[in-house]
Design a protein around this ligand. Structure first.
Ligand code: ATP
Ligand code: MG
Length: 269
């Protein structure tokens, strides 16, 4: 076994078709802490809501180009990449027009591979590419899953946490069968956990039972500072680096790096 492995770019898709489970919050803050650890990170906002873009301080009505132009107008992705105030963290922004791509792509050949192809030209410039998927299992999310090496599934610690996950798992299997056989599941992340409630504890146990080897040790607590940071256009690292939420995302970044290294060792052994 080779001891030291040169790092390859890892493309991680944050996906769950359920809305409001913490995909965007995780993308922004995981991205920020990976960058703080010296990694070169690109976030791709694959959601027409553009929450990742605005949460990183961009005004989505004033963009000079966004992911729609890349996917539908063949604009080079490098032309729309924007730097953020976090050193080492860049973003490909999205705006509401991206919703049109969901419809227009139906007529496009090789439509599931548009994002993957677009990323090929700049992949080598980054250690991590994080794709924030929209809350649906449509063609945009499929593009995210086809472009990704691994998927991270954020799951909110609430009563219906696991409902609908079957559809997501089926979609992942369908993508593996036909479009991206190497797509792996890096982990399932429990978000908005409230340690004081029995419900949160029960949900934690249930998710662990369903994904015994895949649940991240790091659990993201419910923390109002995490909800406040996006309105200031910064990650939790700048907004309140000592908050519980900040510490949990810092721990997650460590755990993600560890899992990615383990996965690389397995594939190069
Ligand atoms: P969508 O499916 O609409 O894209 P999402 O899965 O990306 O949603 P987020 O936007 O990250 O979810 O989070 C939903 C809401 O919950 C947001 O208002 C966010 O600020 C808040 N939130 C996310 N994580 C936490 C947390 N750990 N503690 C408190 N609030 C949180
Ligand atoms: Mg989102």
């Amino acid at each position: 076994m080779r001891e030291k492995v040169a790092q390859q770019t890892k493309v991680l898709a944050l996906a769950n078709q359920k809305g409001g489970v913490g995909k965007t919050t995780t993308t922004i803050n995981l991205g920020a802490y990976l960058a703080a650890a010296g990694q070169r990170v690109l976030i791709v906002d694959l959601d027409p809501q553009g929450n990742t873009s605005s949460g990183l301080g961009l005004v989505t009505s004033k963009l000079h180009g966004d992911l729609y132009d890349v996917l539908m107008e063949d604009v080079a992705i490098a032309a729309v990449v924007q730097e953020t105030i976090t050193k080492g963290l860049a973003v490909v922004p999205a705006s509401p027009i991206l919703a049109a791509a969901e419809v227009e792509m139906v007529a496009v050949p090789q439509r599931e591979f548009k994002l993957k192809k677009a990323l090929e030209n700049i992949k080598g410039e980054y250690d991590y590419i994080l794709i924030d998927c929209p809350p649906s299992l449509g063609i945009l999310t499929v593009n995210g899953l086809v472009a990704a090496d691994e998927i991270i599934i954020p799951v909110q610690a609430e009563f219906y946490a696991l409902e609908g996950l079957g559809h997501l798992v089926q979609t992942v299997q369908r993508v593996r069968r036909g479009l991206n056989p190497k797509l792996g599941l890096l982990g399932v992340l429990l978000t908005m956990h409230n340690g004081r409630t029995t419900l949160s504890t029960q949900v934690h146990e249930e998710v662990r039972r369903h994904f015994p080897d895949k649940l991240f040790e790091t659990v993201i607590p419910r923390n109002v500072r995490l909800a406040e940071a996006p309105s200031h256009g910064v990650s939790i690292m700048q907004y309140d680096g000592w908050s519980k939420g900040a510490r949990s995302y810092k721990a997650l970044a460590k755990e993600v790096q560890k899992r990615v290294k383990q996965a690389e060792r397995v594939t190069t052994t």
